[in-house]
Design a binder for this molecule. Structure first.
Ligand code: UDP
Length: 470
């Protein structure tokens, strides 16, 4: 009798239930499936429902017989825009609800390898003793990861907690960032004091990364090589395989954009963009979590109108907590907004950034948004909200020279000045560096490029694990 053919490798993938995390880990999934891997993707009931309603992800993935969603019920599903709410999900709900589920899946489902979101440290505990190797996928940049990783060193050196209120004080104890890092560029949690639970949680989780079998990052060597070499001293087995969305296109797995939006996209803005001259429009979006106070909204709005650039602005339903119908468009700005503005609740962002009319991106520098801008060669104006976005925006300005960082302020005069600086005064300079970086990004995911090779290596390594466990 012929021996039973070995079963294909089975990978369990588990993202933190938030837009940026689900998006990039679904992209990872779509890159792994064509290699014949079987994948179980853990997803919250709310996100599963939203993906069904707003994307084609189900039909895209159901063409692979080895793919299935495993829906998690009973998770906290509210907003995560404050430390308290983030903790409710990260420290309370997620570990409580999913630890027993993970144990069952890891023990009973013949899992070859568990790719867990690296922000979910309890995944390591859940896998302990099961014999299943855990790979951490961090959805943030290498520079943000490294800043988080160095926090215990900053406590030892006395840089943390901050003494005094000067956020411009230099930080020289993060290797590779000595020349340009200021207090204000550290992850936002560093501002809240050492007893802050989110600060402690993210620091502890990040420090546990070397306990994982490997670290997978959505970045590429030409962008973050020097920082990666620092990380590698602690986490020797790193796979940099990004930018993932460009990687999917480069491998012709997806010809068009594979949207993983948890919100309904308003595609009318593409028609609006079609009516505009090349590189004339400022695209404005602060991602899925960031919120603005009403004052900040009004300052941004005046600044945008006063810059006299056409603007496409994503104003999510919950972007401003106190926005009511009566004051949606400030009356003094109504005429200019009608003439030059397009407001949507959620945009097909990847398609927007690909559009020739877009000349710059006013962004919160979430890592997905930053990479999407980099791949399309769109210069940035940075207004980071929280977490990894602060180091990202510093790198955008000081290291990659892809735009200007206006963190911690949104005075209307500053908004106007910086937008003009990026789109007029220093337009060519930023366009040139953005073009150069876009080329490197695309090369990295083309056949023979660093991310392309690293993905092949990741797939081979997972297949080897499967042979060993069969
Ligand atoms: N996004 C989108 N439409 C929008 C705003 C955002 O499709 O109107 C997508 C964007 O393309 C990115 C993701 O949502 O892939 C946001 O992730 P990011 O890491 O930039 O920020 P987060 O939402 O996690 O703060």
């Amino acid at each position: 009798m012929d021996p039973k053919p070995p079963s294909p490798p089975h990978v369990l993938i588990f993202p933190c239930p938030a837009q940026g995390h689900v998006n990039s880990m679904l992209k990872l999934t779509e890159l792994l499936l064509p290699a014949g891997l079987h994948i179980t993707f853990l997803i919250s009931a709310k996100d599963h429902d939203r993906l069904s309603r707003f994307t084609t992800v189900h039909s895209r993935l159901s063409s692979y017989p080895g793919f299935r969603f495993h829906v998690i019920h009973g998770l906290y599903e509210g907003p995560i825009d404050t430390d308290e709410k983030l903790n409710l999900m990260l420290i309370d709900s997620l570990p409580k609800v999913t630890t027993p589920l993970l144990r069952n899946l890891l023990l009973d489902s013949q899992v070859t390898c568990f790719i867990a979101d690296g922000i979910l440290g309890f995944a390591l505990d859940a896998a302990a003793g099961t014999g299943v190797p855990v790979m951490f996928f961090r959805t943030v940049s290498a520079c943000a990861f490294w800043a988080y990783f160095c926090i215990p060193d900053l406590i030892n050196s006395g840089d943390l907690p901050f003494q005094g209120t000067n956020l411009d004080e230099r930080i020289v104890n993060v290797k590779g960032m000595e020349g340009f890092l200021r207090r204000r560029d550290l992850p936002s949690f560093c501002r809240s004091g050492l007893s802050n639970t989110t600060f402690q949680e993210v620091t502890n989780i990040t420090r546990r990364t070397p306990d994982a079998h490997a670290l997978i990052l959505n970045t590429f060597e030409d962008l973050e090589g020097p920082i990666l070499s620092h990380i590698q001293k602690h986490c020797p087995n790193i796979y940099t395989i990004g930018p993932l969305h460009a990687h999917l296109k480069a491998r012709s797995i997806s010809k068009s954009t594979s949207s993983n939006s948890l919100f309904q996209e308003d595609r009318t803005c593409i028609g609006w963009l079609d009516q505009h001259a090349p590189k004339s429009v400022l695209y404005v979006s602060f991602g899925s979590i960031a919120t603005l106070t009403r004052d900040q909204l009004i300052e941004f709005w005046h600044g945008l109108v006063n810059s006299e650039k056409p603007f496409l602005w994503v104003i999510r339903e919950d972007l401003v907590s106190s926005l009511d119908d009566e004051n949606k468009v400030p009356s003094e700005l109504e005429k200019d907004t009608k003439e030059r503005g397009c407001l949507v609740g959620w945009a097909p962002q990847e398609d927007v950034l690909t559009h020739s009319a877009v000349g710059a991106f006013l962004t919160h520098n979430g890592w997905n948004s930053t990479l999407e801008s980099i791949v399309e060669g769109v210069p940035m104006v940075s207004w980071p909200f929280f977490a990894d976005q602060q180091p990202n925006s510093r790198f955008v300005e000081a290291v990659w020279k892809l735009g200007l960082d206006m963190k911690d302020t949104c005075d209307r005069r500053i908004v106007e000045k910086i937008v003009k600086e990026v789109m007029e005064v220093r337009k060519e300079e930023f366009e040139e560096s953005a073009r150069r970086m876009a080329k490197l990004a695309k090369e990295s995911v083309s056949s023979g490029g660093s991310s392309y090779r690293n993905l092949d290596r990741l797939i081979e390594d997972i297949k080897k694990m499967s042979t060993q466990s069969n």
